[in-house]
Design a protein around this ligand. Structure first.
Ligand code: SAH
Ligand code: SF4
Ligand code: F3S
Length: 502
C-alpha cells in the first residue's frame, strides 16, 4: 500500500498549536479538478493488523449514516471492519464506546443535521470521556468542514475520508493513544481496495461496481468527495455476486455514482455495463438492480441486455434533473431535453413495461418560470412513477455556487410543491392502472406500522402490502393488486403459483 499524496496528521505531535494548517493539508477542490489519468491500483492484500484483532473486545459501536446507498454500503464495510476487531454493535448512544457519523455533503441540510448532532455529542463526551467520536464520509472530504470541526467541535477524536475507510484499524489505534484529534483524509483517489470485510443484513445486498464520478455537474460536490471514476474488475464483481447468491441473498443492487461509465477506465479489456449485466444475468440470484444511471452514457447495448429481463428488473432510475435544455446546459449534464426523451423512447420500445424514476432539482440559478414549466411538462411526457425532488443547494467550490442564485426561496418552495403534486398524480395514475393485476413480489419483512401486514416490492420496485404467512419473508410470492394508493399498492396473496414464470 503506498502512502503518497496523503494528508494524514496526528496532532498529538503539535500540543497547544492553534494553527493546524502547518500540520494538516486539507483536501483541495482545485486539485480534484486536475484529475490525472494515472493508473488505477487494485489492492488485494487487505488484512486487519494482528495487534488490532482484539482491540474492540467488550466495546460497542454505533454508526449514524446519512446520504446515498453508497454511503450506506460504506457503513456496512465499517461495521465489517469493527466486527473483525472484536467490537459489537448497539443502538443505544449511552452504552456506545465508539460513535461514528458517516456523513453526506450533497445538500446543506444534510450537513446541518450532522453539525446539530455533533453539538449534542459534547455533553455525552463530558459525561463519558472514554467515548470515542468520529466523523467520516463525504463531509470529511471538505476543507471547510474539517476546519469547522477543528474549531467548533474539538472534542471529536477522529476524522477520516472516503478513501481511508480501510485505514480504520490504524486510525482507531492512533486515536486511542492520542490526546488530540486524528485526521486522515487522503486526496489519493485512484485506489480500489478489495477483500474488505462487510456486514450485510437482510435479504438485499449492495455491491459496488465502480467508485467516484468524473461528470462534474456544476451543482454537485460528489466528484470532489468521492474521487475519480474507477471500475472494479468484472471478475471481482461477479465473484462477489456469486458469493451473495450462495449465501442466499435474494437481491443485489449494483452501485456507482454513474454506473453507465462502468468499464470506461479499463485499458486492457472492452467491457461495459451492458456486458456486466449480461454476465450477472447468468448468476442464480433472483433479482438484480443497478443505480445510478446517467442519461448521457446509457447505451444501446445496455438496453438490449435489460430487455432480456430474467433476474434484471424492469425498473430504471434515470435522473433528469431538469426538463429545460438551457438549464441542463448550465448544469453541464451533457444531454438535452430532446435527447433524454429519445432515450426514454428507445427504452420504452425495448422494454414496454419498464418503470422509470428520476431525480429533479428545482430553483437552479437562473431557472425561469418557463424553464420550470419545461420540467413539469417533461415529467408528464415521460410519465415517471416516482421522483426524488430537491431544492437547489449551493455547494462551496462547485461552479454553480459562483452563479447568481437569483430564484427567491418562496419561489423555489412553490415550484417544489407544484412538482411534487404533479408527481403524486402521476404515481397514483400508474398505480391505479395496476388494479386487478397479478404480480410477483419479493417479501422483505413486516410493515413498519402493522406487524400483521407483510411488506414487499414488485419487480418495478413498487411497495406492496398484503396479509400472508410470516414464512413468506425473504421469498418471492404472487399477489393480486386490490387497492392502489398513491405510494403504495394493497394486495391479496395468491397461494398458487408460488413464483412467477418471468
Ligand atoms: N450520481 C447520481 C446521484 C448524485 S446525488 C446522479 O448523477 O444522478 C443525488 C441527487 O442529488 C442528484 O441526482 C441531484 O438531483 C441531487 N443533488 C446533487 N447536488 C445537489 C445540489 N447541490 N442541490 C440540490 N440537489 C442536488
Ligand atoms: Fe453528481 Fe453529476 Fe456525478 Fe451524479 S453524475 S454524482 S449529479 S456530478
Ligand atoms: Fe451524499 Fe456522498 Fe452520497 S455527498 S449523496 S453520501 S456520495
Amino acid at each position: 500500500m503506498t502512502r503518497e499524496n496523503q494528508s494524514s496528521t496526528d496532532l498529538k505531535s503539535a500540543p497547544g498549536v492553534k494553527d493546524y494548517s502547518a500540520y494538516f493539508q486539507p483536501p483541495s477542490l482545485k486539485d480534484a479538478k486536475k484529475r490525472g489519468k494515472e493508473e488505477i491500483q487494485v489492492h488485494y492484500d487487505f488484512s486487519i493488523p494482528e495487534e488490532m484483532r482484539e482491540f474492540g473486545a467488550g466495546k460497542r459501536y454505533l454508526i449514524q449514516t446519512y446520504g446515498c446507498q453508497m454511503n450506506e454500503h460504506d457503513t456496512e464495510t465499517i461495521k465489517g471492519l469493527l466486527d473483525a476487531m472484536g467490537y459489537t454493535s448497539t443502538e443505544d448512544r449511552q452504552e456506545a464506546d465508539l460513535i461514528l457519523f458517516n456523513t453526506c455533503a450533497v445538500r446543506e441540510n444534510a450537513e446541518d443535521k450532522v453539525f446539530g448532532e455533533l453539538g449534542h455529542m459534547k455533553v455525552l463526551k463530558q459525561q463519558r470521556p472514554g467515548l470515542m467520536l468520529g466523523v467520516c464520509g463525504c463531509m470529511s472530504q471538505e476543507e471547510a468542514v474539517v476546519n469547522r470541526i477543528l474549531s467548533k467541535h474539538p472534542f471529536v477524536d477522529m476524522i477520516f475520508g472516503t478513501h481511508n475507510i480501510h485505514r480504520l484499524p490504524h486510525i482507531l489505534k492512533e486515536a486511542a493513544f492520542s490526546k488530540e484529534m486524528v485526521i486522515e483524509v487522503w486526496s489519493k483517489e485512484g485506489d480500489i481496495i478489495e477483500n474488505l470485510p462487510k456486514k450485510r443484513e437482510g435479504i438485499k445486498a449492495w455491491v459496488n461496481i465502480m467508485y467516484g464520478c468524473d461528470k462534474f455537474c456544476t451543482y454537485c460536490i460528489v466528484p470532489f468527495t468521492r474521487g475519480k471514476e474507477r471500475s472494479r474488475r468484472p471478475e471481482d464483481v461477479l465473484a462477489e455476486v456469486r458469493d451473495l447468491a450462495r449465501q442466499g441473498f435474494q437481491e443485489v443492487m449494483l452501485l456507482g455514482q454513474n454506473v453507465n461509465a462502468y468499464g470506461k477506465d479499463f485499458e486492457d479489456i472492452d467491457y461495459t455495463l451492458g456486458d456486466l449485466m449480461d454476465d450477472v444475468r447468468k448468476i442464480d440470484i433472483p433479482r438484480v438492480r443497478f443505480t445510478t444511471s446517467h442519461p448521457r452514457d446509457f447505451d444501446d447495448r445496455l438496453i438490449e441486455v435489460l430487455a432480456k429481463k430474467g433476474n434484471l428488473m424492469e425498473h430504471i432510475h434515470l435522473p433528469v434533473q431538469s426538463g429545460s435544455t438551457e438549464v441542463l446546459k448550465r448544469m453541464s449534464r451533457k444531454y438535452s431535453r430532446e435527447s433524454y426523451l429519445e432515450l426514454v423512447g428507445k427504452i420504452r420500445v425495448a422494454i414496454p413495461d419498464a418503470v422509470l424514476t428520476t431525480d429533479i432539482i428545482v430553483g437552479f440559478p437562473g431557472e425561469t418560470e418557463e424553464q420550470f414549466e419545461d420540467t413539469l411538462s417533461l415529467v408528464k411526457e415521460v410519465g415517471f412513477d416516482a421522483a426524488y425532488t430537491f431544492i437547489y443547494s449551493p455547494r462551496e467550490g462547485t461552479p454553480a455556487a459562483a452563479m447568481e442564485d437569483n430564484v427567491p426561496e418562496e419561489v423555489k418552495k412553490a415550484r417544489l410543491k407544484r412538482l411534487n403534486d404533479a408527481m403524486a398524480e402521476l404515481s397514483k395514475a400508474s398505480n391505479d392502472a395496476m388494479a386487478g393485476k397479478v404480480v410477483e413480489v419479493l417479501v422483505e419483512g413486516e410493515s413498519k406500522y402493522n406487524p400483521d401486514i407483510l411488506s414487499a416490492r414488485t419487480r418495478t420496485n413498487k411497495l406492496v402490502h398484503f396479509s400472508g404467512p410470516k414464512d413468506l419473508i425473504g421469498k418471492r410470492a404472487m399477489v393480486k393488486i386490490t387497492q392502489p394508493k398513491t405510494w403504495l399498492l394493497m394486495a391479496e396473496w395468491l397461494e398458487e403459483p408460488a413464483v412467477s414464470p418471468f
